[in-house]
Design a protein around this ligand. Structure first.
Ligand SMILES: [Zn+2]
Length: 165
């Protein structure tokens, strides 16, 4: 009870716990200061260079808990190298009016896994991603995702209603 009270008063302690636990588990991450940009922003941002098992094509800014999920997924699919085209990005969903989960560091766009383009091979990565994330968009979903896998932990329903060939 007292711990909960302290965490409510000082959310930065909870934040420190997330980053520390990633560092202790062997993630290469750098803590960033919380930031807000209009309706976008991240309260517990990290710049991630690598998970214990997987390198990224370039450092990526994500919320700390989301970075952990990405690491869990990357380990699960046995990926050694992920080529991504974006984490944090303050913008609306393409063709929509809702803010994209990228606006909260709660999404990643993956273009290649171990050098293989998503457009050529994504089903295994997709199926595993359904365990860790609430929304997974593949080349089968729409033309916007022909060349990347979009993964986020927003308001999606997992892969429950997905029709994937
Ligand atoms: Zn995306």
């Amino acid at each position: 009870m007292r711990l909960l009270f302290i965490l409510l008063l000082f959310p930065s302690i909870a934040f420190a716990d997330c980053v520390s636990s990633l560092l202790e588990s062997g993630y290469r991450v750098e803590r960033l200061a919380p930031f807000k940009d209009g309706s976008c922003g991240i309260s517990d941002p990290v710049r991630m260079y690598a998970t214990p098992t997987t390198n990224f094509s370039s450092p990526i800014t994500l919320s700390c808990p989301f970075a952990k999920r990405v690491g869990d997924w990357a380990f699960d699919i046995g990926a050694k190298h992920i080529t991504h085209i974006g984490g944090y990005n303050c913008r609306k969903v393409r063709g929509g009016f809702m803010m994209s989960q990228h606006s909260y560091g709660n999404a990643i766009d993956v273009k290649k896994i171990d050098g293989v383009p998503i457009s050529k091979q994504w089903r295994h990565a997709y199926k595993r991603a359904c365990k860790y994330f609430t929304t997974v968009r593949t080349p089968d979903h729409d033309a916007n995702h022909q060349h990347h896998l979009h993964i986020d932990n927003g308001w999606g329903m997992g892969c429950m209603f997905d029709i994937v060939r």
